[in-house]
Design a protein around this ligand. Structure first.
Ligand SMILES: *Cc1c(COP(=O)(O)O)cnc(C)c1O
Length: 372
């Protein structure tokens, strides 16, 4: 009989469901029976548990990571006439969330090694209108937060961490979530902690901000039918909260597995003597490897080669924000952010999920060696 051909998906959510099926099914059926679908008791329980996970005082769950960033900025008073800084290489949702507040997103190029916002270029982007910075912990690793926070303090800017890819990541031994005024996380299914649909959460130590967020996410009401502000419908479903409560208990272990896989990739790539650029864990960071991103000048050919060998890789992100038609109105052009533009043509995200096997990692690396 022919040997079964090995295949390496980019992520595999089914394994995770199979391992936790019994407990998840029980919780889901219980939630269905309870019929307390909106803001049921599981929602506030999950918020307490997630706040604790981040060593934060409060957490307010939301309908998505995008709405978490948006509501955090909105509740901090960001709006029309303001400017908000973020990095040029990020998922479009970071910039959309800023745009929704009415503020103008202002992009800053990234560092060559951490792929996060280049703090040395921040000062030049600050104007009288600048009110906030949204640093992204891209791929699961925080950037140079120390210098960033010093800059924010000097210019009296609010800071909202976009931690949508970085649940459990650390900067100098402390988990992300409380470095700024607030932090936003996403529970999109493929994230390090994923729901069975959309979801998000805002973490903060600021009790007034927490109160505003509770109002904003629920039609602007503090009590039923008493509307203080023009709010939104942006809540997390009880069903998703129950699912996330089960999964949160495994997050530390899953992140450790991701770290182990990243180490394996990097170790195996060492023998290639620099034929491709491997990702770095910065000295201040504990990376949680939402994505393991390598770089090569022959990116498109490598992607095809991987696909031909049933290895599914991705690009995060192929077209920088400022070159997307949706944001042409920001007035940037090709050449505005050289580092972001250069890496956009070279990056490849390799398969990465906790249940990835040693054999799969070795197969991916072997196939990349063949290509090179
Ligand atoms: C996923 C993601 C978001 C948006 O989260 P959603 O839950 O999909 O709305 C925002 N920023 C970054 C960096 C992300 O990766």
């Amino acid at each position: 009989m022919a040997k079964a051909k090995i295949e390496v998906p980019f992520v595999d959510l089914k394994i995770q469901y199979r391992t936790l099926k019994k407990e998840l099914d029980r919780k889901i059926l219980k939630a269905l029976g309870d019929c307390h679908f909106i803001l049921g008791p599981g929602v506030s329980k999950f918020e307490k548990e997630f706040a604790q996970f981040c060593n934060a005082r409060f957490a307010v769950s939301t309908s998505s990571g995008t709405s978490a960033i948006f509501l955090a900025l909105k509740a901090l008073g960001i709006g029309k006439g303001d400017e908000v800084l973020t990095q040029a290489n990020t998922f479009i949702a970071t910039v959309l969330a800023i745009y929704y507040t009415g503020a103008k997103p202002v992009l800053v190029d990234i560092e060559r090694d951490s792929y996060n916002i280049d703090v040395k270029k921040l000062e030049a982007a600050i104007t009288k209108k600048t009110k906030a910075i949204v640093p992204v912990h891209l791929y699961g690793q925080p950037g140079n937060l120390g210098d960033l926070l010093r800059c924010a303090k000097k210019h009296k800017l609010k800071v909202v961490e976009d931690a949508c890819q970085a649940h459990g990541a650390e900067y100098k031994g402390k988990r992300v979530g409380t470095f700024g005024d607030a932090a936003a996380f996403s529970f999109y299914p493929g994230k390090n902690l994923g729901a069975f649909g959309d979801g998000g959460i805002i973490v903060t130590n600021n009790s007034r901000l927490k109160d505003m967020l509770l109002i904003y996410r629920d039609y602007g009401q503090k009590k039923k039918y008493q509307h203080l502000v023009k709010g939104y419908n942006a809540r997390l479903d009880t069903l998703q909260a129950e699912i996330l409560r089960v999964k949160l208990k495994h997050l530390v272990r899953w992140n450790e597995l991701r770290r182990k896989h990243a180490q394996s990739y990097t170790k195996l790539f060492k023998k290639l003597n620099g034929a491709l650029i491997v990702p770095q864990e910065m000295p201040w960071a504990k990376h949680v490897w939402h994505l393991y991103v390598i770089r090569t000048a022959r990116r498109n050919a490598l992607l095809q080669h991987l696909k031909d060998n049933r290895i599914f890789a991705g690009i995060h992100y192929p077209i920088p924000i400022h070159l997307q038609p949706a944001f042409f109105d920001l007035g940037y052009k090709r050449g505005s952010f050289p580092v972001t533009e250069k890496i956009a043509g070279e990056i490849v995200s390799l398969p990465m999920f906790p249940e990835l096997s040693k054999k799969q990692i070795k197969y991916v690396v072997d196939k990349i060696k063949d290509f090179l």
